[in-house]
Design a protein around this ligand. Structure first.
Ligand code: APR
Ligand code: ZN
Ligand code: ZN
Length: 361
């Protein structure tokens, strides 16, 4: 039987979100219904509301979530009812060129649930990033569910579904930070600070956090940054060079998404160093780089999608580290809020005073 639950819906561009009654169908073949336990508020949810992603309103927001599988459809082998899972954006095929190359986040044949959740009048909802987890229950493709240790707190576990995984993965997967490396992270919001944590987990010797906000730098230090640079006061490229014996960092991670910080990242790398781009630019942004600097400094320029994560490998591993006290996911949960407070959380996000607000059910 289809079920009625409460969910946070964005009906039109720029309008405040509202709680609405939504209908969640029974899971069809390859699908699962998940009872959501926690879902973080991410910038991308706000982008959806502002019409910055696409025009397929109304959206059911929320995509950084953990919960318990309630029921599964025909032919589902990935998970069973009762499993505690972290949700990811898309189920991957495992067979295309991208998957076989070990880069499933570029899979050519990803999918979400085939059926649609609807509003009371039957209007089909577009779930944010194919998830839609600011709702008591949501319908996803079973392959979007990754089973993890059920003793982990849902608020912490859910963070792996988006921002924290993007940051940790930028360091450990895309940047391949190694023991003893120097790493510079430009932009220390939720994603950049997760990259700080990733660099620390990978055994980096120097972790240089760069931001324009001293509060963010303080948090970076508490999470493992060994040096901090306020780039409003100090030229970050020179500062990174100085802190690395004049060389530049082995790995530079850009987690802002602006032309000037892309450029800083590019010049803060050591000869043959790696630049990892996590910050998402807007379509009109451009930078100009002298080709001789691209060619002459060598190294590599990589973009990192979803932390180049392989959910089945990375989610359980990171939850394991969390359970052992070696990865402080709780530090990213600034506040837990109710479903009604998502709009307020968007405002707080604008002011930049939270790493994550997490809706807890
Ligand atoms: N130089 C350095 N830091 C900056 C600058 C700048 N010019 N401008 C902004 N920042 C800092 C902010 O102070 C903040 O700490 O960048 C950080 C951005 O953090 P958040 O707004 O919390 O964003 P976050 O969720 O971390 O995402 C960062 O990664 O995945 C992408 O789409 C995401 O582009 C976004 C980026
Ligand atoms: Zn997100
Ligand atoms: Zn594939």
């Amino acid at each position: 039987m289809a079920q009625q639950v409460q969910g946070v819906v964005a009906r039109a561009k720029g309008e405040p979100v509202r709680i609405e009654t939504i209908t969640v169908p029974d899971p069809g073949p390859g699908e699962a219904v998940v009872k959501v336990q926690a879902c973080g508020v991410c910038h991308t949810d706000l982008h959806y509301r502002e019409g910055g992603i696409n025009d397929e309103f109304p959206f059911l927001l929320g995509h950084e979530a953990a919960g318990v599988v309630e029921s599964v459809g025909e032919g589902v082998t990935e998970v069973d009812p009762g499993d505690f899972v972290v949700l990811n954006w898309r189920a991957v095929c495992g067979q295309c060129r991208a998957c076989l190359r070990g880069r499933p986040q570029y899979c050519f044949a990803t999918h979400n649930a085939r059926q649609k959740m609807t509003l009371a009048d039957g209007t089909e909802l577009s779930p944010a990033l194919g998830i839609g987890a600011f709702a008591e229950k949501t319908l996803v493709a079973a392959g979007q569910c990754t089973k993890v240790d059920p003793d982990a707190s849902p608020a912490a576990a859910g963070l792996l579904g988006c921002g924290v995984m993007a940051g940790i993965g930028a360091a450990i997967n895309t940047g391949e930070v190694g023991r003893g490396d120097s790493v510079a992270i430009i932009g220390c919001g939720g994603v950049g600070n997760a990259a700080v944590v990733g660099a620390r987990l990978a055994g980096a010797a120097r972790i240089i956090a760069v931001d324009i906000d001293d509060k963010k730098l303080e948090t970076a230090r508490s999470l493992g940054a060994t040096h901090t640079v306020n780039s409003r006061e100090t030229d970050p490229v020179e500062a990174v060079r100085e802190l690395t014996g004049g060389n530049g960092a082995d790995v530079v991670i850009e987690a802002v998404g602006r032309p000037e910080t892309y450029e800083q990242a590019f010049y803060a790398r050591d000869l043959a160093g790696t630049v990892v781009l996590v910050g998402v630019p807007t379509p009109e942004m451009k930078i100009e780089l002298p080709l001789l600097d691209v060619f002459g400094r060598g190294g590599s320029l990589k973009s990192s999608w979803y932390g180049d994560c392989l959910p089945s490998r990375d989610f359980p591993m990171l939850i394991d580290l969390y359970r052992q006290g070696r990865l402080d996911l709780d530090a990213f949960v600034t506040e837990t809020i109710a479903l009604e407070d998502v709009e307020k959380a968007f405002e707080r996000m604008h002011h930049g005073d939270v790493l994550r607000s997490v809706v807890v059910f």
